[in-house]
Design a protein. Structure first.
Length: 395
């Protein structure tokens, strides 16, 4: 891998973050486009055609895993560079939590920044463990979660109603759509009513997996796996075979099972827990091969990865302007294919804005605020190619 001249940043890792942002946008935009999903089924219904199938199989549950891994990886860079980790990371987590709460109440009910802030403190407490122990604990968490889902699936089968299809709150969905399209006050009402409960679901549903991937990322950082890819280059074909060969069929089963009933849904979650990690790993090694063959792709995506938190918030801002009463109020009025077209435009706009902004600034706007809060000092205003702390885009 290559480092940016005059910087400790690894160019390919920034590009991977930029790639992950595309997956995050595709996973989230369906809930902006039709808020009924947030209060009824909770996912894009597969009955809406091939676009929803594709999103569920190829994207959902994959890219937050990748971001969690990169968060743990960036944490080790902070430690390795001699930063006063304890106090600064604690302040960083507090700042991230505040930003996440504002993001959740004002823009995106599925915000994950508050979860990252809480788990960041857990990672801080575990910072002294070895790479091997971090790896083992992460794997045990993933396996343990799969066992829990399997046990719950078995218990559900004992319930006579265990095979019933999940209920859909049609009235609640219609009201959500009406609120989101009615204007800024309606949007804020929907956010205030929906975000707290959904945040709890995110913390419980994604928290253990996110922590596991934090630990796997920390193990990778401590052992310099990403800086020394030649150590595992021979394993790339095996990673791809396992990831695509196992991960994709399991993801298809997971998608199919979501509309079939509680027991099947829980069973699919148990196997998808492991398969999502395999598929995500296959995505990453394949993407790294692509940017080595076509370096322009990496150069185009890296600026967004360097300002990942700003792009994450920026996605929510632009989605709100398109789909809610903050702007055009198109929620529920576009086909799934048109929604994916909007996602492509938003992603392209943010790529261009990221490249433009970082030509004259060292950090993205959100990263600048976080760094100021973390260090209790205003960051220096050098241009982007000056020496940069690799930890600033850990989110």
């Amino acid at each position: 891998m290559t480092q940016t001249p005059g910087s400790r940043r690894v160019h390919e890792i920034d590009a991977v973050r930029g790639f992950a942002l595309a997956g995050i946008l595709v996973a989230n935009i369906g809930f902006f486009a039709d808020p009924r999903y947030a209060v009824s089924t909770g996912t894009m219904p597969i009955t809406e055609g091939p676009v929803a199938w594709f999103v569920s199989i190829a994207v959902l549950t994959k890219f937050y895993i990748l971001f969690s891994f990169l968060f743990g990886y960036s944490f080790t860079l902070m430690s390795r560079d001699g930063v006063k980790v304890k106090a600064r990371m604690a302040r960083r987590c507090l700042g991230l939590f505040v930003i996440g709460v504002a993001h959740g109440f004002l823009l995106w009910i599925g915000d994950i920044l508050t979860l990252y802030a809480i788990l960041g403190l857990v990672l801080l407490a575990l910072r002294g463990i070895s790479a091997r122990r971090a790896f083992v604990i992460g794997c045990w968490i993933i396996g343990g979660m799969s066992v829990i889902w399997l046990v719950l699936a078995g218990l559900t089968l004992l319930d006579p109603a265990g095979g019933a299809a999940p209920l859909v709150d049609a009235a609640g969905g219609a009201r959500a759509e009406e609120l989101v399209r009615s204007g800024p006050l309606g949007v804020l009402t929907f956010q205030a009513e929906t975000y707290p409960g959904l945040a709890a679901i995110v913390w419980v549903g994604q928290g253990p997996m996110a922590l596991a991937l934090f630990l796997l990322g920390m193990a990778a950082g401590k052992s310099r796996v990403l800086q020394e890819p030649e150590r595992w280059a021979r394993l790339v074909p095996r990673i791809q075979w396992a990831g695509f060969g196992v991960g994709l069929p399991v993801a298809a089963f997971f998608t199919w099972a979501q509309a079939r009933g509680n027991a099947l849904e829980l069973l699919s979650m148990a196997v998808n827990n492991v398969a999502s990690v395999l598929l995500t790993a296959a995505y990453v090694v394949t993407f790294l091969q692509v940017i080595r063959r076509f370096p322009a792709v990496g150069r185009a995506l890296a600026p967004a990865g360097r300002a990942a938190a700003s792009n994450y918030i920026g996605q929510s801002v632009l989605c709100c302007l398109v789909f809610t009463g903050y702007g055009l109020a198109l929620a529920g009025r576009l086909s799934p294919l048109a929604v994916m077209g909007v996602a492509a435009v938003i992603y392209a706009v943010l790529l261009a804005l990221s490249a433009w902004w970082l030509r004259g600034h060292r950090y993205g706007p959100v990263e600048y605020v976080l760094r100021w809060f973390t260090r209790w000092a205003r960051p220096r205003r050098e241009v982007a190619h000056a020496a940069a702390d690799p930890s600033h885009s850990a989110t």
